[in-house]
Design a protein around this ligand. Structure first.
Ligand code: XMP
Length: 521
């Protein structure tokens, strides 16, 4: 990470310490939704950095606080006067480090529970009922509180569902306020941030835009030019508009048509972008190059590699024409940044290399301009709206960099691309016609180049299969297949088979992620 390129935001900061929980990012998002700037930090850096924080939240963890190998922090952080809220493992760790007792619960508590708020000093529960539904997910529990702590909520089976220190601003909850299954969880987090920490709520998209523009100007200077690879997706579009606001025509966008876009997509992006914005835009119509490079390739990673290389070649060629171009804008998001700093430094297995415009190699020789390094995708969307970017871009479903190349199982041929473009357009049209598509993360067609037998009229057919994939997800890490109404499935199936030559069967993909992935390749 280059500090030079990072756009830092001068606001109150709230740390979310990630002890390896699947919910750390979710906690950070909740905090930001409440107008407070949350940063995810690793336990080993907390002591050194805690002075920067207005408040700290400890995440859950798959570990037990009493395990030797469990992620720990130094106990001195509790004496710094900075408010701390421990969630689940966070509360158990606090208990363990400060001399209380944590042990295996007799029965693992997973799912809904009801807490009863105790005493008058309700702090975290201000403004809420005395009995509240919450979501539990833990195998350990606090058996004995450390000195100076008292319970502020209990359940029928657990005497310490929430705790606080009698004089220090240190709190703990056994349940998960960050998940939607805890209906008043956001109110509890708000009470902690505003009531306990004295949050100002100074993290707004408007202030981000003003500051980001200033920082872009400071980084790029008075004469340098910036190049932005436009994909039509929300990140690159909003980045382009923001950078253009900051430095005007010293930004040039390059839009590469790799021949693997969805039906009508290149025209749609070009027309809408050019009609609305006076931003210099180079259109690289390079489909043939990409399709040639993919000839005979079956392996998904090899496809990605070839698409990636061709992209770099094309991009380089067109960037040459832009004078003084020293900077490359990338839509790197906060989850990409934190993914590279896993809590325990463990390398995870590469399932797929996500090759896209946001992954151009260093050999291009540009400095990176990454205005969204600190943002989650929903924040980029908000910024887009604030900047008046049309919904067409802001609400666009994610589309992989290698495009239809990874939605055609097996070899990518011109014919296959044409078939999938038609079928996929019908999938999108029919799902969008129903009007509930905004609840879906992605919905698209996949070409399965397996021939199956059908009968049309009195004729035998022997043609390809189209799989329809529609999923719900919040971050693409996990996904559920969408329960599309039968009438939608019936409509799109009959339209695809009737209208798309080369397809005689449509199937609906009912696999969740994990163990499947969203894309087929
Ligand atoms: P998977 O298939 O891994 O996808 O469950 C998770 C999310 O990532 C997108 N995806 C990609 N995006 N380049 C990209 O830019 C890629 O190579 C790529 N592969 C998958 C996918 O669309 C989903 O949103």
């Amino acid at each position: 990470m280059s500090d030079k390129a990072a756009v830092k935001v001068e606001h109150q900061r709230f740390f979310v310490v990630d002890f390896g929980s699947q919910y750390a990012q979710l906690i950070a998002r909740r905090v930001r939704e409440l107008g407070c700037f949350a940063e995810i930090v690793m336990p080993q850096t907390l002591s050194e950095r805690i002075g920067e924080a207005t408040g700290v939240i400890f995440s859950g963890s798959p570990w037990s606080a009493y395990d030797d190998a469990a992620p720990k922090i130094e106990a001195e952080v509790y004496d710094r006067g900075i408010p701390i809220l421990g969630i689940c493992y966070g509360m158990q760790l606090t208990t363990h480090l400060l001399g209380g007792e944590v042990d295996h619960a007799v029965a693992r508590e997973y799912g809904p529970a009801r807490i009863e708020v105790l005493g008058d000093d309700t702090c975290l529960f201000d403004g809420l009922d005395q009995e509240l539904d919450v979501w539990m997910s833990h195998g350990d529990r606090v058996e004995q509180l450390p000195e100076g702590f008292l319970p502020i909520a209990k359940t029928d089976s657990a005497p310490y569902a929430a705790i606080k220190h009698s004089s220090k601003p240190v709190y703990g909850v056994q349940f998960h306020p960050e998940v939607t299954h805890t209906p008043h969880g956001t109110a509890m987090l708000k009470n902690f941030l505003f009531g306990v920490c004295g949050a100002l709520g100074d993290w707004t998209m408007r202030s981000f835009i003003d500051e980001a523009c200033e920082k872009i100007r400071a980084q790029v200077g008075e004469t340098d030019h910036v190049i932005c690879g436009l994909s039509g997706g929300v990140d690159s579009t909003v980045a382009a508009i923001l950078i253009h606001k900051a430095i005007g025509d010293r930004l040039t966008c390059i839009f590469v048509d790799n021949g693997l876009l969805r039906k009508g997509e290149a025209e749609e992006v070009l027309v809408n972008f050019r009609d609305r914005y006076q931003i210099p835009l180079v259109f690289a119509e390079s489909g043939e190059l990409f399709l040639d490079a993919l000839e005979g390739v079956i392996d998904p990673e090899e496809k990605r590699r070839r698409i990636g290389h061709t992209f770099v070649d094309v991009f380089k060629e067109h960037a040459k024409g832009v004078e003084n171009a020293h900077w490359l804008a990338q839509g790197t998001l906060y989850p990409d940044v934190i993914e590279s700093q896993s809590a325990f430094g463990g390398a995870s297995v590469t399932i797929k290399t996500h090759h896209n415009v946001g992954g151009l190699p260093e050999e291009l020789g540009f400095e990176l301009l990454e205005p969204f390094r600190d943002l989650f995708k929903d924040e980029v969307r908000k910024i887009g709206r604030e900047l008046g970017v049309p919904e067409l871009f802001v609400e666009r479903q994610p589309f992989p960099g290698p495009g239809l190349g990874v939605r055609i199982a097996g070899e990518v041929t011109r014919e296959n691309v044409a078939v999938l473009q038609e079928a996929d357009a019908i999938v999108r049209e029919e799902i969008e016609r129903e009007g509930d598509h905004k609840a879906l993360w992605q919905y698209f067609g996949v070409l399965v180049p397996v021939k199956t037998v059908g009968v049309m009229g009195d004729e035998r057919t022997y043609e390809n299969v189209i799989a329809v994939r529609a999923v719900e997800s919040t971050d693409a890490m996990t996904a559920e297949w969408a329960d599309l109404p039968r009438r939608v499935l019936a409509r799109l199936s009959s339209r695809i088979i009737n209208e798309v030559r080369g397809v005689n069967r449509v199937v609906y993909d009912i696999s969740t992620k994990p163990p499947s992935t969203i894309e087929w390749e």
